[in-house]
Design a protein around this ligand. Structure first.
Ligand code: HEM
Length: 405
């Protein structure tokens, strides 16, 4: 990459000690002083960090930037993506460009429309109620990640894909190994191979016994010559991995945030009509997707007054954009009454999250249900003892021990 200074900071950056729910303090300084700034990635390569709301949106919708991680100069941050590249494995349409991107995205987008998700809401509500029944019937304290945050989105994405719910445990284990910043490249590769092998078998089953689910529909497209078998495989895997890890982290961190702001939790408990606003605000405030929105420039372009050259890597910092005071007054305060739907927690532009309606529905059901059914819910350990998922790309808490009065 050209046009950079030699004192570029390292990226990813650390969250402020004692305030893990806040993004790195450097983001605020960058927005004020150097909104488009070079940084050094773990592999030693250089990239541009984009920190202001308007610039992040401009970059993410700019046709002169590519989301194809196979292109030279693409910034690879997470160990999981590095492994995918090293083994020549295609990570699915999230990291492709037109026309491939649109072709693959259109194969599944109909399954995640607002209308389709609305029809799923009663089943999601029943699922959440069953999980809460189990929690109330079991011993205290309980780990909310294991008992609620992970099972709800995993079960829902399994229903949609046509994956047996009984296999969720295996998937959660494999996904953890793929995203965990502490696993070795060998472990990541093993987990990837296990997921691949599983889907390979599942595709064969759906070929023999098609059902009303996404994998069966993708198999039909393959049989009609519109998709290759590897495309069926990577699209299914992308939906499974993207469809539960993200929402699970939002559930656990969202509950944690509400428990730390009891007056806001009380307002939501008393008025479930606030759920939609509360969810948008928690998505904005927590911005769990830390650096998914990576790109590479395919032509020279100017962003925030700086020249980014063709071949330069770009990280559009959505967590920083979501704390930009020009878009969200008093941005470091969480306020479930504010209107924050224009946040970029689901990205922006052509790659904006395909599962956002589903994620919203799950979150809008989980938070009010939990607060209403367990009104005395509280953290069972001091907040300082919680351990977080750091630098994995998706921010989360490893476990959330809770009890109730
Ligand atoms: C709160 C939960 C979620 C968050 C915060 C989230 C965040 C994101 C973000 C930031 C992107 C953009 C990536 C980019 O521009 O490179 C994205 C894309 C995507 N998300 Fe989500 N996501 C969530 C839930 C889900 C769910 C439930 C699904 C299930 C289907 C899903 C599937 C995808 C897919 C397939 C893409 C790629 C879209 C494309 O490239 O066209 N996500 N998500």
């Amino acid at each position: 990459m050209t046009n950079v200074q030699h004192d570029a900071p390292a990226f990813p950056m650390a969250r402020p000690p004692g305030c893990p729910l806040d993004p790195p303090a450097e983001y605020g300084r960058m927005r004020a002083e150097a909104p488009v700034t070079p940084a050094i990635l773990p592999d030693g390569s250089r990239t541009w960090l984009i920190s202001r709301y308007a610039d992040v949106r401009a970059v993410l919708r700019d046709p002169r930037v590519s989301a194809d991680l196979r292109k030279p100069g693409f910034p690879i941050i997470s160990a999981a993506e590095r492994t995918l590249v090293d083994v020549g494995f295609h990570p699915g349409f999230i990291r492709t460009d037109p026309p491939e991107h649109g072709q693959l995205r259109r194969m599944v987008s109909a399954d995640f429309t607002i209308r389709r998700v609305k029809a799923l809401r009663p089943a999601i509500q029943r699922l959440v109620d069953e999980r809460v029944d189990r929690i109330l019937d079991g011993p205290k304290p309980v780990d909310l990640v294991a008992e609620l945050a992970l099972p709800v989105p995993s079960t829902v994405i399994c229903w949609l894909l046509g994956v047996p719910v009984a296999d969720i445990g295996k998937f959660n284990e494999w996904t953890r190994a793929v995203v965990d910043a502490d696993t070795t490249p060998e472990q990541t590769q093993e987990a990837n191979a296990a997921i691949l092998g599983y889907f390979d078998e599942l595709i064969a089953i759906k070929q023999r016994e098609p059902a009303d689910d996404i994998v069966s529909r993708l198999v039909r497209q393959h049989e009609a010559g519109k998709l290759t078998r590897p495309e069926v495989l990577t699209t299914s895997m992308l939906l499974l991995v993207a469809g539960h890890e993200t929402t699970a982290n939002m559930i656990s961190l969202g509950v944690l945030t509400l428990l730390q702001h009891p007056e806001q939790a009380a307002a939501l408990r008393e008025n479930a009509g606030l759920a939609s606003r509360a969810v948008e605000e928690l998505l904005r405030y927590l911005s769990i997707s830390e650096f998914a929105t990576t790109r590479v420039a395919t032509e020279d372009l100017e962003v925030g007054g700086r020249l980014i050259r063709a071949g330069d890597g770009i990280v559009a910092l959505t967590p920083s954009a979501n704390r930009d005071a020009t878009a969200f007054p008093d941005p470091d305060t969480v306020d479930i009454h504010r209107k924050s739907r224009q946040h970029v927690a689901f990205g922006f532009g052509p790659h904006q999250c395909v599962g956002q309606s589903l994620a919203r529905a799950e979150l809008q059901i989980v938070f009010p249900t939990l607060l209403r059914r367990i009104p005395g819910l509280r953290l069972a350990v001091p907040a300082e003892e919680l351990r977080y998922k750091l630098n994995e790309g998706i921010f989360g808490v490893l476990s959330l021990p809770v009890a109730w009065d």
